[in-house]
Design a protein. Sequence first.
Length: 93
Amino acid sequence: MCSNVVVLAVLLYGRRHFGSNVNTLMTNQSAMDLLASIFITIGMSMGNPRMPPSYPWLGKLGNDVVCFLFRNKLFAVICINAEKFGPASLVPR
């Protein structure tokens, strides 16, 4: 995650000076990679046996949403798929 933050910061700084479509694509890919890393870390830490199985202050619906989005790593899967299929949508047909 640290290297993703550094790469993203360099790309954002470079975009001000050398803005191009390739730089924008690399920035988006780096951001998706960083978000996927963050969401995977959250999902893995929630799977830790020491973590509580539910959070009473969220209620049943809140616990279902947290379980669906984070414990099942749905956000991480979305970011990984966006990272993979994002450049494919830019290829001319």
